[in-house]
Design a protein around this ligand. Structure first.
Ligand SMILES: *Cc1c(COP(=O)(O)O)cnc(C)c1O
Length: 391
């Protein structure tokens, strides 16, 4: 563990910039160079400087992996070609006959991988509302090998009690995986709350600039790290050095960006909550939100994602509002410096069957906002003029 891993949460900014990092040993470069190489010289067979072949290890990716471990207060980080490749590496810890208990309000691509790729391989998935730990416990049996939680969830921003899930996972001798993409380690460090594996789509807040697709896992256990490093090397879903560099750079400003994402989100939530064309707003920072008390306990802030339902909750109205935005860009993804708007029912969650999607709250009138770091007056004005098409 680096000296920074021992730092407390209030030192997150220092950790984000220096954690796991040292100047490049060969040149003194302060930022790790982009080592665009596949292989490394050996002075005699098997004699090398720790790097043999870049699928196994690359110095730029290694620097990123150390930074990831550091900001999540873990012992090992592993970087992959995408968030879904990181999900896939977790699934490869399982064997046919194993069961996974997952939250039902799940990133659409993760759900698709579970059901379309891994169910046919003999892994059984149970999707459950994790608001109720009793319901999770009732699904545990001797085949339960993994509990999968995304918190806050996408796009309903429900909050799952990580320590409660960790207690259930430990009793079941199962691994608890927490997808921490929405919260980021600035707001929540699941390994300190009992999770075994933290997952990130670093494509989102960690990268932060909508210019890279990358995934990450962080663990605190050496055996689990070795199993995942074996899977990473044996199946090869790694990220390249350029992408590793971009995420490493993104991490250095994570705390500053998150503060602004959150102050902008707070102002927008207050405004949307009073707006006559809005039926309901979902944000963990609202006292009326069912997960508010839990979020206050478990997180250091409520994040930069907001969902809301347009008055009347219908498809056409939601589509006309998202199409009218000028500053918010209509696009999939989230977590970048620019504000994005999406219509989950026809975009990110289109692969989830309608009945199941609506049961989790993803109705046709739902709009999801990833609040960027632009000037708040412009964001407020954009929301007002777009919603005016409904008045
Ligand atoms: C985007 C996302 C993923 C998938 O990550 P990619 O980098 O797009 O493969 C997984 N989980 C959550 C919560 C996400 O938002």
């Amino acid at each position: 563990m680096s000296e920074f891993a021992a730092m407390k949460n209030q030192n997150f900014g220092t950790l984000a910039i220096h954690g796991g990092q040292e100047p490049d040993p060969s040149t003194g470069a302060v930022m790790p160079p982009i080592y665009q190489t596949s292989t490394y010289v050996q002075t005699s067979p098997g004699q090398h400087k720790g790097y043999e072949y870049s699928r196994t290890l690359n110095p730029t990716r290694h620097a990123l992996e150390k930074a990831l471990a550091s900001i999540e207060l873990g012992s090992h980080g592993l970087a992959f070609g995408s968030g879904l490749a990181a999900v896939d590496a977790c699934m490869k810890l399982l064997k046919p006959g194993d069961e996974v208990i997952s939250c039902s309000d799940l990133y659409g691509g993760t759900y698709r991988q579970f059901v379309k790729i891994y169910e046919p391989f003999g892994i059984q998935f149970h999707f459950v509302d994790m608001d109720s730990p009793e319901q999770v416990t009732s699904l545990v049996n001797e085949r339960t090998a993994m509990i999968w939680a995304e918190t806050p969830t996408n796009p309903m921003l429900n909050v799952i009690d990580i320590p409660a899930m960790a207690t259930i996972a430990q009793a079941a001798d199962a691994l608890l995986v927490v997808d921490n993409t929405f919260a980021t380690p600035y707001l929540q460090q699941p390994l300190t709350l009992g999770a075994d594996i933290v997952l990130h789509s670093a494509t989102k807040y960690l990268g932060g600039h909508s210019d890279v697709v990358l995934g990450a896992l962080v663990v605190k256990n050496d055996d689990l790290a070795a199993r995942l490093a074996f899977i990473q090397n044996a199946t090869g879903a790694i990220c390249g050095p350029m992408d590793s560099f971009l995420v490493l750079r993104g991490i250095k400003t994570l705390h500053v960006r998150m503060d602004r994402h959150m102050s902008n989100a707070k102002a927008l939530v207050a405004h949307l909550n009073e707006h006559p064309a809005v039926e309901k707003v979902f944000y963990p920072g609202l006292e009326s939100h069912p997960g508010h008390a839990l979020a206050t306990r478990q997180m250091r802030g409520y994040g930069g994602m907001i969902s809301f339902v347009v008055k009347g909750d219908n498809h056409e109205d939601a589509v006309s509002v998202v199409s009218a935005f000028k500053v918010f860009t209509l696009a999939e993804s989230l977590g970048g410096v620019e504000s994005l708007a999406g219509h989950p029912a026809s975009m990110t969650h289109a692969s989830i069957p309608k009945a199941q999607r609506e049961a989790t709250g993803v109705t046709d009138g739902l709009i999801r906002l990833s609040v960027g770091i632009e000037d708040i007056q412009d964001l407020l004005h954009d929301v007002d003029s777009s919603l005016s098409v409904l008045l």
